[in-house]
Design a protein around this ligand. Sequence first.
Ligand SMILES: Cc1cc2nc3c(=O)[nH]c(=O)nc-3n(C[C@H](O)[C@H](O)[C@H](O)COP(=O)(O)O)c2cc1C
Length: 208
Amino acid sequence: MSHASTTFKDAVVHRRTIYQLNKKAPVDDKQIEEVFRLAIKEVPSSFNSQSARIVVLLKDDHDAFWDIVKDILKAHVPEEQWEHTGARIQGFRNGYGTALFYEDPAPIKALQSKLPAYADKFPQWSEHTSAMHQYMLWTALEAEGFGCNLQHYNPLPDQKAAAKWDIPLEWSLKAQLVFGGEEEGARAGLQERSEQPIAERLFFHGGK
Ligand SMILES: Cc1cc2nc3c(=O)[nH]c(=O)nc-3n(C[C@H](O)[C@H](O)[C@H](O)COP(=O)(O)O)c2cc1C
């Protein structure tokens, strides 16, 4: 998908979960960094907390992350399930990069002290803040020509990742977005996304 002519609607429709990835990035690393800088700068957060922290791992660092996950899982998953699990992790490792989405609890705690009436809501809004960043980047990276999928292996790799990439242990890992070149035919056979009737999920009032 060429980003020069991509409308927001095109990008929203184009975004899918793509598992068959490779190490051929459709744009250079500078352009990848630009997309992430745009997200950190422009994606909104609750009460403008700016609590999202994103660690981007490319190439060898991406591989190292999935090796950490694989080694931990290998120790936990029953032998007879390993073939399936190991192949799944290898599929992520086949990609070009992974974005780790964290939330920093410090700005959340500061808001809870400043606005005690909403104290119990801020943790939930912190999750929403992270999700906003995840969706924007998933959509933006696919508009750049990557395929992506979203994973949740936290908390398994949290400590080892923190040690390897100097990530504060108090940051809370929420999700991992895997991205890479799309293998030929990676979008063939994708399931229809909107199976549940829209009329049961969208309620529109007051329009003409
Ligand atoms: C909040 C959220 C969490 C998800 N978690 C995972 C996950 O842990 N592993 C995975 O393979 N896909 C995950 N997905 C992908 C969904 O299964 C997928 O987006 C959905 O089936 C619609 O397909 P599409 O992404 O191709 O539109 C997640 C998606 C969302 C929005």
